[in-house]
Design a protein around this ligand. Structure first.
Ligand code: G3H
Ligand code: 13P
Ligand code: ZN
Length: 305
């Protein structure tokens, strides 16, 4: 098998940023940032991103990006929902896949994940799975309901031992999308600590980790985007998690926000020219700025070697 980026991150107390892309422009911006920071990087595609870009195009894009990228890069399937989806991503050139059956009954999650691990490992591909549900810390849930969303440390240990996954996505209070908290931001570092104590050799993954910077929310509001009340994960939480066993931090919402800030502000400033390269180029610059900053927060700069 190839080198597993997350093993080095675990050993050296940093996290690798995993950023979603659905266009070549966003992928190029992610890679440019990683190269400028000399950082390893994960570029990931969701099932809907794959169908948006087209499997055959994506296969060639991955091949070409791998050849040109000057830092270690992993292409990863994000939230694969089935065995077939994982197989398809592996055929397309992903060296890492997520099988996300966290919404199924526990035994089904174990069985499908194990089947994916068997196939993926036979092809030299790494597997991430998920346990728990990414519901955030909704204020209207009871304490029991909140607790049932978080990953159970004991179950995590059993799950990793039975399935032999390479990394595990855990639920400790994050949530997908731009609206993560209506009140105070919280993350259950106590649960993270218990999981890492029980699974000292397993890199852990944080989904739903976009920061949703309040200055970016303000810029988008000024540009006419309806994003009132959006709130993400405070940066100090991500710095702290990166030094613990969180070795991969996922961000899609932040990328989308940055891309749109670049595009929309450029449309305003350029008399609505028909040359779309100006808008897309500005979007790429904003994405590269964001990714560079995240690399600093996750402490992965200069870890490419
Ligand atoms: O976690 C999910 C990602 O944000 C992917 O979203 O399915 O809209 O590409 P998507
Ligand atoms: P965000 O919505 O916080 O960016 O999370 C994305 C993610 O977890 C992709 O798997
Ligand atoms: Zn996710």
């Amino acid at each position: 098998m190839k080198d597993f980026l997350l093993k080095d991150a675990l050993k050296n107390n940093y996290a690798v940023g995993a950023f979603n892309f659905s266009t070549v422009e966003v992928l190029k911006a992610i890679i440019a940032a990683a190269e400028s920071q000399n950082s390893p990087i994960i570029a990931q595609v969701s099932e809907s991103a794959i169908s948006f870009m087209g499997e055959e195009y994506l296969k060639d894009i991955i091949k070409s990006a791998r050849k040109q990228c000057k830092v270690p890069i992993s292409f990863h399937l994000d939230h694969g929902k089935s065995y077939e989806s994982a197989v398809k991503a592996i055929d397309m050139g992903c060296d890492s896949v997520m099988i996300d059956c966290s919404m199924l009954p526990y035994e089904d999650n174990v069985n499908i994940t194990s089947k994916v691990v068997e196939y993926a490992h036979s092809k030299g591909v790494f597997v991430e799975a998920e346990l728990g549900s990414l519901a955030g810390t909704e204020d209207d849930l009871t304490v029991e309901e909140k607790d049932s969303c978080y990953t159970s440390p004991q179950q995590a240990k059993e799950f990793v031992e039975r399935t032999k996954v390479d990394s595990l996505a855990i639920a400790i209070g994050t949530k997908h999308g731009a609206y993560k908290y209506s009140g105070e931001a919280k993350l259950r570092f106590d649960i993270l600590e218990q999981i890492q104590n029980l699974l000292p050799d397993t890199p852990l993954v944080l989904h739903g980790a976009s920061g949703v910077d309040s200055r970016d929310v303000q810029r988008l509001l000024e540009l006419g985007v309806n994003i009132q009340g959006a709130k993400g994960i405070p940066e100090e939480f991500l710095r702290r998690a990166s030094k613990m066993h969180i070795c991969k931090i996922n961000g899609d919402t932040d990328v989308r926000m940055s891309y749109m800030i670049g595009i929309l502000s450029n449309i305003e400033n350029n008399n609505k020219s028909i040359d779309y390269r100006g808008y897309l180029g500005a979007g790429m610059q904003e994405v590269a700025k964001l990714v560079s900053h995240k690399i600093e927060v996750y402490n992965s700069a200069n870890k490419a070697n």
